[in-house]
Design a binder for this molecule. Structure first.
Ligand SMILES: NC(=O)c1ccc[n+]([C@@H]2O[C@H](COP(=O)([O-])OP(=O)(O)OC[C@H]3O[C@@H](n4cnc5c(N)ncnc54)[C@H](OP(=O)(O)O)[C@@H]3O)[C@@H](O)[C@H]2O)c1
Length: 195
């Protein structure tokens, strides 16, 4: 399985740090190109690779750590995402509610990324906390995972586990996207699981 992170800001860097900590290779890309990522990838070590956006789109699992308003720029780069897993780590700060049309933001993402299997995760914590060691006080920091696709949900839950977090899968429940969306009850919950 290959992974990439699109966005190298606060969330993208936090996630790259967790891949590095866990020894899982990942590509990382932004709008400014690979040169702008040199300091980050040098700091994190050889498994973390600066990529062009086009290279990043080739990973088996692509993580979106970009402003919600930028998602169409990425979605439009591929006409048919052909079952690729796309992780939505975005929140909808500043996005007018009418733009979502009453839908969970992840469903909006799923309709833009035609043919992709979209999974919501990594959006619940402030980036500074997401960057910290998930092993805490004898337990592990919880990360919620939700998707309408059970297989994609399982793949991403496994990744979250491999990164050292305690994944809690919400499965395919209809409400999952809203539970994890901005203003939902699972947002900003810093939970440690002891098992
Ligand atoms: N910050 C948090 O605590 C937090 C927590 C949970 C979820 N979130 C969500 O996570 C997402 C990222 O937040 P952030 O705080 O990491 O933002 P950020 O620090 O501003 O970083 C945004 C990144 O997205 C990249 N980007 C912007 N437009 C792009 C495009 N069209 N194509 C490719 N890359 C693009 C930027 O590229 P350049 O570097 O080239 O400008 C930058 O690397 C947002 O949806 C936010 O709501 C944030």
């Amino acid at each position: 399985m290959t992974y990439s992170i699109i966005g190298s800001g606060k969330v993208g860097s936090a996630l790259a740090r967790q891949f590095a900590r866990s020894g899982i290779p990942v590509g990382i890309a932004n709008t400014r190109g690979t040169q702008s990522l040199a300091a980050l990838v040098n700091e994190l070590g050889e498994g973390i690779v600066a990529q062009s956006l086009e290279q990043a789109l080739g990973a088996d699992i692509v993580i979106l750590a970009i402003p919600f308003s930028a998602h169409r720029d990425i979605a439009e780069k591929i006409a048919d995402w052909n079952n690729k897993i796309v992780i939505d780590a975005m929140n909808t700060y500043g996005v007018p509610l009418e733009e979502l049309g009453g839908r969970a933001s992840t469903d909006v993402i799923a309709s833009a990324f035609v043919g992709a299997r979209v999974v919501k995760t990594f959006n619940q914590l402030p980036a500074a906390l997401l960057a910290k060691d998930p092993a805490q006080e004898g337990g592990k920091r919880v990360i919620f995972v939700w998707s309408r696709d059970l297989d994609a949900n399982t793949s991403v839950t496994q990744l979250v586990d491999q990164l050292g977090f305690a994944p809690i899968s919400l499965g395919t429940i209809d409400e999952g996207g809203k539970l994890l969306g901005l203003g939902g009850p699972l947002i900003l919950q810093n939970i440690i699981r002891y098992q």
